[in-house]
Design a protein around this ligand. Structure first.
Ligand code: NAD
Ligand code: WQD
Length: 338
C-alpha cells in the first residue's frame, strides 16, 4: 500500500515507517520537524536500505498541505502529527488545541475535497488518556471516555476521536480507526532510532535512561502511597515496535465505520518494577527519590487487548526486559539524541 505518514519523523512515526518498509509498503512522510529531526528517517533508510519520500509541510498550513494532497493518491493515512507534552498543554492550551485539532481537521478536509469514491482509511494516534478517570480495569474500548481528563492534550485526543466519528457518520464510504496507545517505550533493536525528547523528559522511561547515563542526577518517583502492590503507579508499557506493527496490522482492517482500538500489552507494571528492569539491563543501581504524587496521575491503567486481537489479528510480542534493553542501547549509543 502507498501510505501517507503524518508526523513520520517523530518517535512512533519513524518506527512505524520502518515497520511499513519491512512489509513492502510505500510510506510517504509529511512532517514539519517541529518536534523531530530528519536524521530519524535517514537512519530508517540506512537500516532498511530503502529511500523514503519526505515532505516538510505543516498540516495546519491548509494551502500547502491541500495542494500536496491534490497531487497525491494514498491507500491509507497514518496520522501521528501532533504535540504530545502533557505539562506544556496545561501551560499553553491554545497551542495544543490549534495544532492537534487543526491538523486533524485539515487532513479530513483534504480527504473530503478529493473526488475519489474510496477515500483512504485514516488511522489516528489516540491515547489511553481518553479514558480519563475511568476506573474499570482492564480498560476496554467500551469503558467511559472523556470524564476526568486532566489536561488539554488529553482533550485534543478525545475531541479528535469525536471529529472522526462524526466525519464517518456523514460519509459512510469513510473508514477511521483510533488506536489508543497505552505507554509506548523502547526503541528499535538496532539502537539507531529511538525516543529523543526535547529538554527534560516528561515520561518515565526516557527519564530513567537519562539518569542511568548520568545526564540527569536522580529519578523522582511520583508517590509510593497508591493502592498498588509496591505503592507506585501502574501502567501498561508497550514496546514501540509492537505499536508500529499494530499500525501495519490496522491497514488490513476492512470493516467500514469508526473503530477505537486499544494498543497495549494487557500487563500492568509499577514504577519500581520498571526501574528494576532497567537496572538489570544497565547493570548498576539507578538513583531515585520518592516525591509527592504528580497532580493528575491515576493509580492504575492497563488495557484489555482482546479487540486488537480480534479486529487487527495483532498482539504485542515484546516484554518489558526487551523494551528496557532496546531503550538503553539507543540511549547509550546516542547520548545527545539525533
Ligand atoms: P513525536 O513528537 O515524536 O512525533 C510527532 C511528530 O509530528 C513530530 O515529528 C512533529 O514534528 C510532527 N508534527 C507535529 N505537528 C505537526 C504539524 N502541524 N504538521 C506536521 N507535522 C507535525 O510524538 P510521538 O511520541 O511519536 O507521538 C506520535 C503521536 O502519538 C502523537 O499524536 C501523540 O500524541 C500520540 N501518542 C503518543 C504517545 C506517547 O507516549 N509517545 C502515547 C499516546 C499517543
Ligand atoms: C508513568 C508512570 C508516573 C515520570 C503519559 C500521558 C499519556 C500518554 C503516555 C500521550 C506514572 C510515574 C513518571 C517520572 C514517575 N502520552 N513517573 N517519575 O502519565 O502514564 O502517560 O504518557 O498520549 O497521555 O499522560 O506516563 O511516563 O509520564 O508516567 O514516577 O519522572 O511513571 O507517576 O505512574 P503517563 P508517564
Amino acid at each position: 500500500m502507498r501510505v501517507l505518514v503524518t508526523g513520520g519523523a517523530g518517535y512512533i512515526g519513524s518506527h512505524t515507517v520502518l515497520a511499513l518498509l519491512e512489509q513492502e509498503h510505500i510510506p510517504v512522510v509529511v512532517d514539519n520537524l517541529s518536534n523531530s529531526s530528519i536524521e530519524s528517517l535517514n537512519r530508517v533508510s540506512e537500516i532498511t536500505g530503502k529511500p523514503i519520500e519526505f515532505h516538510n509541510i505543516d498540516l495546519c498550513d491548509e494551502h500547502a498541505f491541500h495542494s500536496f494532497m491534490r497531487e497525491q493518491s494514498f491507500d491509507a493515512i497514518l496520522h501521528f502529527a501532533g504535540f504530545k507534552a502533557v505539562g506544556e498543554s496545561v501551560a499553553n492550551p491554545l497551542k495544543y488545541y490549534k495544532n492537534n485539532i487543526g491538523s486533524t481537521v485539515s487532513l479530513l478536509k483534504a480527504i473530503n475535497a478529493s473526488t475519489s469514491t474510496s477515500p483512504p482509511k485514516v488511522i489516528f494516534s489516540s491515547s489511553a488518556t481518553v479514558y480519563g478517570s475511568s476506573t474499570e480495569l482492564p480498560l476496554t474500548e467500551t469503558s467511559k471516555t472523556g470524564d476526568g481528563i486532566t489536561n488539554p492534550y488529553g482533550y485534543t485526543k478525545f475531541v479528535c476521536e469525536r471529529i472522526l466519528t462524526d466525519t464517518v457518520a456523514a460519509n459512510p464510504a469513510f473508514q477511521a480507526i483510533a488506536l489508543r496507545y497505552f505507554n509506548p517505550i523502547g526503541a528499535h533493536e538496532s539502537g539507531r532510532i529511538g525516543e529523543d525528547p526535547a529538554g527534560i523528559p516528561d515520561n518515565l522511561a526516557p527519564f530513567i535512561t537519562q539518569v542511568a547515563s548520568g545526564k540527569l542526577s536522580e529519578l523522582s518517583v511520583f508517590g509510593d502511597d497508591y493502592d498498588t502492590a509496591d505503592g507506585t503507579g501502574i501502567r501498561d508499557y508497550i514496546h514501540v515496535m509492537d505499536v508500529a506493527e499494530g499500525h501495519v496490522a490496522a491497514l488490513g482492517v476492512s470493516e467500514p465505520g469508526f473503530h477505537a482500538i486499544n494498543l497495549g500489552t494487557g500487563q500492568g507494571t509499577t514504577v519500581f518494577e520498571l526501574l528494576t528492569a532497567f537496572e538489570a539491563v544497565v547493570g548498576s543501581p539507578i538513583p531515585y527519590a520518592v516525591t509527592p504524587r504528580r497532580p493528575g496521575d491515576i493509580a492504575e491503567c492497563y488495557a484489555d487487548t482482546s479487540l486488537a486481537k480480534k479486529l487487527l489479528g495483532w498482539s504485542s510480542t515484546r516484554d518489558i526486559s526487551k523494551a528496557c534493553a532496546d531503550a538503553w542501547r539507543w540511549q547509550s549509543q546516542n547520548p545527545q539524541g539525533y
